[in-house]
Design a protein around this ligand. Structure first.
Ligand code: NAD
Length: 463
């Protein structure tokens, strides 16, 4: 579905009209391209107090060969030098330098008074971030803080990134990564994702990283040797997920209803995957999924993407529409997960990834059935996460307005509002959801468990 307004905004007349009427001005967001570095452009790095989290961040910046700058912070220089990261000097009076990413380790902040270090670091360079730039604040998970004072200060960081995400415009994203005490070594997959164009449509989000085994991977093919099932893979977001997981090295079993067999065959052929034409609500769906993966070494990743809408106001909604949406979008996921977890249908370090929606967070007129199902999906993640063992994780993405057949069917005025009411002033693409799912799918992401990340360009809905 093409966004005519965005096309118009790039014409000379469009630029003139938009500027003079103060209308939103969507830019073309940078997106991932094969064989390009994680980050193209300079990175500014700072820390409230250099500590072991700063060293871990420096290690990631060294690993991705980031061209990194820092102000006059001797402890940070030492932490970086220890991991082989060369920090070029940056003076805040230099207003000509531009940064593609700015990353600040705020984990050492212990009181609200010390939050001033955020202002001191970001204020001078607030106009020096490039288009599609990245702002990342790393904090200490307040639940693992050493004192109430520290927990309060760390909790406050959320307000900063969410405001910056709204202020900086130009496709610049801002995120907060909370790391548990002792989980610094688990930061790498999250930081690589957030620094790179893979996170183009993710902004104003909080990722929580906990301590887990650290796994070595070939970062260009992190899913090599893995087998994944993607439900609803014949089109839309599911098709994009299948492509991205295959690109990252997985064998993908594309699952959809038998009526979609032709498209399912097409997608599977494009990615050298296989197909499983079943209805996900069938009683034996879990068994069939497990069986399909056996010959491929067992299942490593399941992405519960299949979902439907049947919109009606509650007063007009027939019971069958309620039942159908709840069954496909929520109960089927629970049944399949129960089967796979009880019957060893998922390998060690397996990944369960669900697709929720901002409807499940904000609610939506005419979507009581859909919003209940998608809020339920968040419940699935939250309450299953704590029960998992053997490195298995569960996380969800909650897409906002994504350009697909589902959103093309929305009436024009509501569709335009959905597209523009976010910090990017545009809808996201299926690939944006897929890239976020690939983060959770990676074997290096065992420290991510129980997260729900919105892929919504920081939509105002439910924010
Ligand atoms: P889509 O309608 O284009 O694709 C959904 C796919 O799921 C279809 O191929 C369909 O055949 C399949 N499916 C439906 N019922 C099934 C069943 N019982 N068994 C097996 N497969 C079944 O939708 P989409 O826009 O690509 O959405 C994918 C997911 O993302 C859904 O869960 C949706 O709720 C969610 N989502 C989408 C948006 C958006 O803006 N498009 C926003 C938020 C959430």
């Amino acid at each position: 579905m093409s966004d005519q307004y965005q096309v118009f905004a790039k014409t000379p007349v469009g630029k003139f009209v938009i500027k003079n009427l103060g209308l939103p001005s969507p830019i073309t967001l940078d997106r991932f391209q094969a064989a390009t570095p994680v980050i193209q452009g300079a990175v500014l790095f700072g820390a409230a107090v250099a500590n072991e989290v700063s060293s871990a961040v420096a290690q990631v910046l060294a690993n991705v060969h980031a061209n990194t700058y820092a102000g006059n912070q001797p402890e940070l220089q030492q932490a970086a030098a220890k991991v082989g990261l060369n920090l070029s000097a940056f003076n805040t009076t230099d207003t000509a330098s531009k940064f593609k990413a700015v990353i600040f380790d705020a984990s050492g902040i212990e009181s609200s008074e010390q939050l001033r270090s955020l202002y001191d670091f970001f204020h001078p360079i607030a106009r020096q971030i490039q288009t599609s730039g990245r702002v990342i604040v790393v904090g200490l998970n307040p639940d693992t803080a050493g004192s109430v004072q520290q927990a309060i200060a760390q909790r406050a960081l959320e307000g900063f990134v969410k405001s910056v995400g709204k202020e900086f415009k130009k496709g610049i994203t801002a995120q907060l990564v909370y790391v548990d005490k002792g989980a610094e070594a688990n930061l790498e997959s999250s930081l690589r994702f957030l620094l790179s164009p893979r996170s183009a449509y993710v902004s104003g989000q909080v990722l929580r990283v906990s301590q887990a085994a650290v796994v070595d991977v070939d970062w260009s093919k992190p899913l090599a040797g893995k087998t994944a099932v993607v439900t609803g893979a014949s089109r839309g977001i599911g098709e994009a997920i299948a492509h991205v997981l295959a690109r990252d090295g997985a064998h993908v079993i594309c699952l959809d209803v038998p009526q979609q067999q032709a498209d399912l065959d097409r997608v599977a052929a494009e990615i050298s995957g296989s197909t499983l034409a079943i209805d996900i609500t069938a009683e034996d769906a879990g068994e069939k999924i497990k069986a399909a993966a056996v010959a491929l070494g067992g299942l490593d990743i399941i992405v519960h993407n299949a979902g439907i809408t049947r919109d009606k106001t509650l007063a007009n909604m027939k019971p069958e529409l309620w039942d159908l949406v709840l069954n496909i979008n929520l109960s089927a996921i629970e049944r399949v997960n129960r089967y796979l977890l009880a019957e060893k249908g998922l390998n060690d370090n397996g990944r369960i990834i669900c697709v929720s929606s901002i409807s499940g967070i904000a609610g939506n007129l005419g979507q009581t059935n859909y919003a209940v199902s998608k809020a339920g999906v968040i419940g699935v993640v939250k309450y299953t996460a704590a029960t998992l063992k053997d490195g298995v994780t569960i996380n969800a993405v909650a897409p906002g307005f994504i350009e697909t057949q589902m959103t093309a069917a929305i009436p024009f005025a509501i569709r335009e509002a959905g597209r523009r009411m976010n910090s990017m002033s545009q809808g996201g693409l299926p690939v944006d959801v897929a890239e976020t799912i690939a983060l959770f799918a990676a074997p290096t992401s065992t420290g991510l468990n129980g997260n729900v990340v919105r892929v919504c360009g920081q939509s105002l809905l439910g924010a």
